[in-house]
Design a binder for this molecule. Structure first.
Ligand SMILES: [Zn+2]
Ligand SMILES: [Zn+2]
Length: 231
C-alpha cells in the first residue's frame, strides 16, 4: 500500500533514513508503508470479530461502555511485528497503514453513523517523552484525515505509571487503568471514535469509554488495529 502524505518530506527523509517495512524490517521504496509480501500476509479477521466488543472471544458479558467495535486484525505474525515497531518508536508506517484500513471499514460498515471526532487512548507524559509520539494517535490521525473529522487528544490523559500495560500483573494493571483520567468537559451527545493499537482484555478502552460516557458523549465506536485472541 502506498503512502500519499508529505511526499516531498518523506522522499528527503528517505535519503537519510531509508524506509523499512515495519513487519519484516526489509528495505522498501520511500513511498511504501509495508512491503508487498507482508501486505499479502496481513489478513483481516474482521468477519470473525464481535461487532460490539471487538474480540474474537466475545467479552460482551462484561459491562462495556462502548457501543460498537471495528477491530480488523489479529495480534500475531506480521501484525504483531508491525505494531511492535510502532510501539518501539522507530517506525510509524504500520500506524498509518492500519489507520487507513480502519477508515475504510468505518466508511463502509458504519456509514449510517455520524461521528464528531476521534479520541486516541492516552499515554503518560513520561512514555510520550520516551517514544516521541502516541501510537494510538498515529492511527487516529489517519482516520481523522480520511473521514474529515478532528482528533481530540486533550480530553483523556494518563498519569505516569511504571511500565506498559502488556507486562503488568493484574493488580498493577488496575492501577495502570485508573491512571487514565478525563478533563472536566461536556461532550454533549458527541459521537466518538475511540482509537487504540491493540486490545487485550479490553479494560483500557473500556475505562476510556466509561469516562467519555460520564461526560455525556453519545455513542462510542472502538476502532483498534488489532486484538489479541486471549481473554
Ligand atoms: Zn515486509
Ligand atoms: Zn462481544
Amino acid at each position: 500500500m502506498k503512502s500519499k502524505t508529505n511526499t516531498v518530506s518523506r522522499f528527503l527523509l528517505d535519503l537519510a533514513f531509508p524506509n523499512r517495512c515495519p513487519c519484516c524490517d526489509g528495505f522498501i521504496k520511500w513511498d511504501m508503508l509495508v512491503c508487498g509480501k507482508c501486505h499479502r500476509a496481513v489478513v483481516p479477521v474482521y468477519d470473525k470479530v464481535c461487532r460490539k466488543c471487538g474480540k474474537e472471544i466475545c467479552i460482551c458479558a462484561e459491562e462495556l461502555f462502548y457501543d460498537m467495535a471495528a477491530v480488523p486484525l489479529r495480534y500475531e505474525g506480521p501484525v504483531r511485528e508491525g505494531i511492535l515497531s510502532l510501539k518501539r518508536g522507530n517506525n510509524k508506517n504500520f500506524g498509518i497503514y492500519t489507520g487507513r484500513m480502519l477508515a475504510e471499514i468505518i466508511k463502509n460498515d458504519f456509514r449510517s453513523c455520524r461521528f464528531d471526532c476521534v479520541v486516541p487512548v492516552p499515554m503518560s507524559a513520561y512514555s510520550l517523552r520516551k517514544r516521541g509520539y502516541n501510537q494510538a494517535e498515529v492511527i487516529a490521525s489517519e482516520i481523522s484525515e480520511s473521514l474529515g473529522i478532528p482528533v481530540v487528544s486533550g480530553i483523556l490523559f494518563k498519569n505516569n505509571t511504571q511500565s506498559s500495560q502488556h507486562y503488568l500483573k493484574r493488580t498493577e494493571r488496575m492501577k495502570n487503568i485508573t491512571a487514565i483520567k478525563i478533563n472536566k468537559t461536556s461532550l454533549n451527545g458527541m459521537n466518538i471514535i475511540l482509537c487504540d493499537d491493540v486490545i487485550t482484555t479490553g479494560s483500557t478502552v473500556n475505562r476510556c469509554a466509561q469516562l467519555l460516557k460520564s461526560s455525556g458523549c453519545g455513542s462510542i465506536l472502538l476502532a483498534a488495529a488489532a486484538q489479541s485472541k486471549l481473554k
